[in-house]
Design a protein around this ligand. Structure first.
Ligand code: ZN
Ligand code: ZN
Length: 401
């Protein structure tokens, strides 16, 4: 990565937002991968393929700029209807239609503005955002890029990824994880002209916080902090809901070895709400599944006792006689909460009982364990260093690329 000072970023961003056509796009594509971004560009309502939307400022007014010219000011609570017209955008409001344009930007007139967006086709709920909005048509949908302050974006992500019922210290740890992900993935959607989408593919972002200030405080008090390994490399800050008492080595689930994603025994999550689960499967159904995986066995799977399987500590394979299936494969095939499970035969003799621990892939930070650590008084560094091996927490501005 190439270091770019924040002031230059703002300059580059405003330049990009004001540039139109190929030259502006080219500029952005060649610089966005190296941004230490104080303004994050997020594709919102990304999965909905919207063809008609309603926008309304609810905090301050917005200047509306279209194809390089300022058209008008959209006042607080005024409605703007935007729909696709081929490769362009048709604008309409109560006082009439301003016309058809290829690119439209809504820029907060006073700064720190906010607006609501609702998709009309397809119909979605209203969502609330801070910052500015850039609209264009891309891949037969209205592409909506929310240009938002980094810490406001991160607060929204932390709430969407971890809920509203934990402590500030837990949110501090999670803020640092989400910021690390952000900086590590600035180029993920570079060819589409934004940094991150608002889906699970990147980080879930639903706009403004619905909760009180505790998450905002956690994000702002850890502003700029990221997790590094070795000489300052940003880590892949994986996390999951509950590890079931033991996290996994990254190579056991993703076939990629990361020295900081090492299996650790976790005593903190055992009473979490996702600590245990159970699934009953008919014996015949289990037999046919195993056969579909190429397993027949010397008894032709007639003796149910060969299905029994225990996993005191994490294993990688489910073994039957001389055959095996990766546990991550079974988890995926059966949509199980985790790959940390044991198998017994029910008293009826007609079912296998899959008893599992935890929820999620199991690598990196265990959210329910981290919440418990925070509740017991550990600080964010204790928490992060427990789940990520040999890492440091550093300020992004101190890293030299
Ligand atoms: Zn994405
Ligand atoms: Zn755990």
């Amino acid at each position: 990565m190439t270091w770019v000072p924040p002031c230059k970023l703002l300059y580059l961003y405003s330049w990009f937002m004001s540039m139109k056509g190929f030259l502006g796009l080219l500029l952005f594509l060649t610089t966005s991968g190296s941004l230490h971004s104080e303004t994050v560009l997020v594709s919102i309502l990304n999965k909905h393929s919207c063809s008609a939307i309603l926008i309304s400022p609810d905090k301050g007014s917005y200047r509306l700029e279209a194809d390089g010219a300022e058209l008008f000011v959209l006042e607080k609570n005024e409605l703007l209807y935007v729909s696709m017209k081929g490769e362009e955008l048709f604008l309409s409001k109560l006082s009439g239609s301003p016309g058809i344009f290829s690119s439209v930007s809504l820029v907060s007139a006073e700064g720190r503005g906010g607006f609501t967006v609702r998709s009309v086709v397809p119909l979605t709920q209203e969502k609330y955002y801070y910052g500015n909005l850039n609209l264009s048509v891309d891949y037969e949908r209205i592409k909506m890029i929310n240009a938002v302050d980094e810490d406001i974006y991160l607060a929204g992500v932390v709430e969407a990824e971890s809920g509203t019922s934990s402590t500030e210290m837990f949110y501090k740890a999670h803020s640092i994880i989400c910021r690390t992900y952000l900086y590590n993935n600035l180029d993920r959607h570079m060819d589409e002209g934004f940094h991150l989408c608002d889906e699970v593919h990147c980080q879930v972002y639903k706009g403004r916080l619905t909760s009180s200030g505790i998450i905002n405080d956690a994000v702002s008090s850890t502003s700029g902090k990221v997790i590094t390994y070795g000489n300052g490399d940003l880590i892949t800050a994986a996390f999951h809901s509950n590890c079931g008492g033991q996290t996994v080595n990254s190579q056991d689930i993703w076939l990629i070895s990361r020295p900081y994603l090492r299996s650790v025994h976790d005593p903190y999550c055992r009473y979490g709400k996702n600590a245990k689960w159970k699934l009953n499967v008919g014996l015949d159904e289990w037999r046919s599944y195993l056969r579909s995986m190429g397993i027949s066995g010397s008894h032709n799977l007639s003796d149910p006792s060969i299905f029994c399987f225990s996993q005191q500590s994490r294993s990688v394979f489910y073994r039957i006689e001389n055959s095996s299936i990766p546990l991550r494969q079974i988890r995926s095939d059966w949509n199980l909460k985790s790959a940390f499970f044991e198998i017994d035969i029910a008293e009826s003799g007609q079912e296998v009982i899959i008893r599992g621990k935890g929820y999620g892939h199991g690598a990196g930070l265990c959210q329910e364990g981290a919440m418990e650590m925070a509740a017991r008084g550990y600080n964010f560094l204790d928490i992060l260093q427990f789940y990520y091996t040999d890492i440091s927490v550093r300020d992004i501005d101190s890293l030299v690329y």
